[in-house]
Structure formats: structure tokens, C-alpha cells
Design a protein around this ligand. Structure first.
Ligand code: UD1
Length: 372
């Protein structure tokens, strides 16, 4: 009988929580095979960005919360490293699982590798080619030093091979974010979040914006919001705003661009929604407008047209599938992409390879094999 494998997962932000939930479930299905601990760095700390996701996704309370909070990139990364080092030392894991491309991901990878621990990166190999994005730096650095790289699609694997990553470090497992979507879609549907706001199915759009490049300069934020409003004069655009974005809107005095009356045409600012309510809203909408990464993937599986408010994407498979349009962030680009998206029917294409709800199961199987 072999000893149980000791696994620590480190998460810090909203999308990390969505991705870790099915991994924990997959490990928990084999209680004699794995001992698992969950560390929350505290990068996201608002209940609306953190606690509500733990509740919706039925994630156990973290064993440790490092409580690092917000700060500059250097400050946040350094705080995670300082606080995580003794936790890793005390638990002595066989494997440290890091997820996605946020500051907590890179910080945990650096800390664990320098302690000589085996690091497995979930969602490896995504590349936008845009080093102005902090996430691109986090992705490249994490993949360069993590030992094991779990990829969501074949394009990600090809990116890693181009960077001379050895074949035996790359594991094509599929998409854990879609594992969560598969498990929770029916429950989310029953919440009928759109109807609760007085909206007709496919009669409204959903907007999310939080990238510094889009929200930190008032002129850019105004250009994006005005383009959306002008391209969709006849429908309601529901905008659950990230706290950072809400603050920028207030600071820039742009509040008059929005309404607080759902059901009428215009952009309606609402509080950030939990996982289930947000999924429910997106599943029924006419189109999504976003600068998020994960939402490009979720809309691909839901078959909902997505207009990406960025100049590039690290998830080109979503464009190949035909659900996603890269609009850029200029007025002309946004209006053009919205006009195209309005003509699109919901996609009936099958989801990408291995986006089948079983990625976490594959990950657990591979980790189990390392310590047999
Ligand atoms: C982070 C990730 C981003 C990811 C996003 C998901 C990095 C570099 N960025 O962006 O890749 O797409 O999470 O949501 O890791 N704030 C709050 N409450 C919170 C957390 C943050 O009000 O619970 C505010 C603070 O003003 C903070 C700002 O949001 O300074 C930015 O937070 P931060 O964690 O640095 O980045 P996000 O924009 O959330």
C-alpha cells in the first residue's frame, strides 16, 4: 500500500476559485490516495469576489488564508511569497498546484520551486503575445519553472513546445473551468437571474470590464462604455462591475453613463454577482461583452456570442470555435464587432476537445501516477 500524496493548492482570485473547486472534488474522491490542503492568498478578499464563490461552488473553507490583500504587483507578489513559505515548509507537500495567471499563481510558483517542491500549473501554455499584460508575464514565468504543465487545448501545448519545454512536462487534460460549468449549469439555470431582473431570454447583453488598460484611464473607459451604449441603443446591458471598475467610474465622474433600472435600454450597473447567478445571467443572454479571459471560454461552451474588449486573446480556440470576436478597444472596433455579434445565432458546435467536464479527473489521475 503506497503512502497518500500530499497536495497543496494555492488560489487567490475569483477565477482561481472556479477552477480549483472541481480539482478538490476529484482529489477528495480518493481520500486514501491524497491528503489535500487549500491555501487562499487573500488577493481577493471582498465577500462578493471570494466568500460567495466558496459558497456557490461548495469549496471547503481554506486551511490557511494568507490575508495579503491588494497592493502594487511587487507588493502583492512579495507578500504572498513571504507568507506562503512557512506554510509550504510546515506541510511538506509532494505537489503544489497553482492555477491560472494571476499574481498569486506566480508568487506561489516561485516560492515552491525555490523550496525544491514539485509544482503543477493548471491552465498552462496560454499566450496572448502581449507582455504589457501582467498576466502574460505571470504565465510565461510560471510555465518556465513549474515542473508539470496541465493544458486546456492543443494550441497551448504547441506554445509550450515552441518555448522548448520538454514533452514529458506537458499534459493535455482539458478545461477545469468547464468542469465547474458542467456541474453547475442546471442549478444556475433554475435561478433565472435574467427574469428576476425583468429581462427576456436573449433580450439583453452582459458586460464585464476590469483590466487596468481598459478601466484605469477615464478617456479609455468612457470610449468603451459610449461605444457599447451607442451600438446597443435598444437593449439592456447588465454590468456587474468589479470593485476596481466601480471606483474608477466614480473617480472619473462617469456615473451618468449608466442607469440602475434593469429591463430598460441602457447600461445597468449592478453589484458583482456570485458564480451561479452570473452563470445564469450569461446562459440566457443575447451576447457578452468582456475583457475577461475565462468568460471567453464559458461563452464558447454555452454557445453565446462574445465580444472581447481587448486587442488580443490568449484563448484563440474561442475565436476558432466561432463564438468569440476580438473587438479591440476603439470605438470603431467595438461597434463593428457588436454589429457582427448581433447577427450571430447561438453556436451549436460541439465544445473543444476535452472540454467535457472531466479535466479535473484527468489531473487527479496524473498526480496519482507521480507518487505510486
Ligand atoms: C486579478 C488578476 C486578473 C484576474 C482578476 C479576476 C492579477 C495581476 N490580476 O485582477 O488577472 O482577471 O483578478 O477577477 O493578478 N479589489 C477589491 N476587493 C477585492 C480585490 C480587489 O476591492 O477583493 C480592488 C482593489 O482596489 C484592488 C483592485 O481591485 O487594488 C485590483 O485587485 P487585484 O487583485 O490587484 O487585481 P484584479 O483587477 O482583481
Amino acid at each position: 500500500m503506497c503512502e497518500a500524496t500530499r497536495v497543496i493548492s494555492v488560489v487567490g482570485t475569483r477565477p482561481n476559485f472556479v477552477k480549483v473547486a472541481p480539482i478538490i472534488k476529484a482529489l477528495d474522491r480518493h481520500p486514501r490516495r491524497f491528503v489535500h490542503r487549500l491555501v487562499h492568498t487573500g488577493q481577493h478578499y471582498d465577500d462578493r469576489l471570494s466568500e460567495s464563490f466558496f459558497v456557490d461552488l461548495d469549496i471547503p473553507k481554506p486551511d490557511v488564508n494568507l490575508g495579503v490583500g491588494s497592493g502594487s504587483h511587487a507588493e502583492q507578489t512579495a507578500k504572498v511569497m513571504l507568507a506562503l513559505e512557512p506554510v509550504l515548509g510546515a506541510f511538506a507537500p509532494d505537489v503544489v498546484v497553482v492555477i491560472g495567471d494571476v499574481n498569486s499563481t506566480l508568487a506561489a510558483t516561485l516560492t515552491a520551486r525555490k523550496l525544491g517542491l514539485r509544482v503543477a500549473h493548471v491552465e498552462a501554455g496560454l499566450r496572448s503575445g502581449d507582455n504589457a499584460m501582467p498576466e502574460e508575464i505571470n504565465r510565461r514565468c510560471t510555465d518556465a519553472i513549474a515542473d508539470e504543465l496541465f493544458t486546456t487545448d492543443r494550441i497551448a501545448g504547441a506554445n509550450l513546445r515552441r518555448e522548448n519545454i520538454a514533452e514529458d512536462r506537458i499534459h493535455f487534460v482539458g478545461n477545469v473551468m468547464i468542469d465547474s460549468l458542467t456541474v453547475h449549469r442546471e442549478r444556475a439555470r433554475r435561478l433565472a437571474q435574467g427574469s428576476r431582473l425583468g429581462l427576456e431570454p436573449r433580450g439583453y447583453a452582459v458586460l464585464t470590464l476590469h483590466r487596468p488598460a481598459n478601466v484605469d484611464r477615464p478617456e479609455k473607459l468612457a470610449e468603451i462604455v459610449d461605444a457599447i451604449r451607442d451600438a446597443l441603443p435598444d437593449i439592456c446591458v447588465v454590468f456587474p462591475a468589479h470593485p476596481r471598475t466601480r471606483r474608477r467610474i466614480d473617480e472619473a465622474g462617469l456615473g451618468d453613463r449608466f442607469t440602475d433600472r434593469p429591463g430598460r435600454p441602457g447600461i445597468v450597473l449592478v453589484e458583482p454577482l456570485g458564480y451561479l447567478r452570473f452563470l445564469s445571467l450569461v446562459d440566457d443572454c443575447r451576447m457578452v461583452l468582456t475583457d475577461s479571459g475565462g468568460l471567453q471560454e464559458e461563452t464558447t461552451v454555452l454557445g453565446v456570442p462574445c465580444v472581447t474588449l481587448r486587442d488580443n486573446t490568449e484563448r484563440p480556440i474561442t475565436v476558432e470555435q466561432g463564438t468569440n470576436r476580438i473587438a479591440g478597444t476603439t470605438r470603431a472596433g467595438i461597434i463593428g464587432a457588436i454589429v457582427e455579434a448581433r447577427c450571430m445565432e447561438p453556436s451549436r458546435l460541439p465544445p473543444p476537445e476535452k472540454w467535457d467536464g472531466r479535466a479535473s479527473e484527468r489531473i487527479a489521475g496524473i498526480i496519482a501516477g507521480w507518487t505510486m
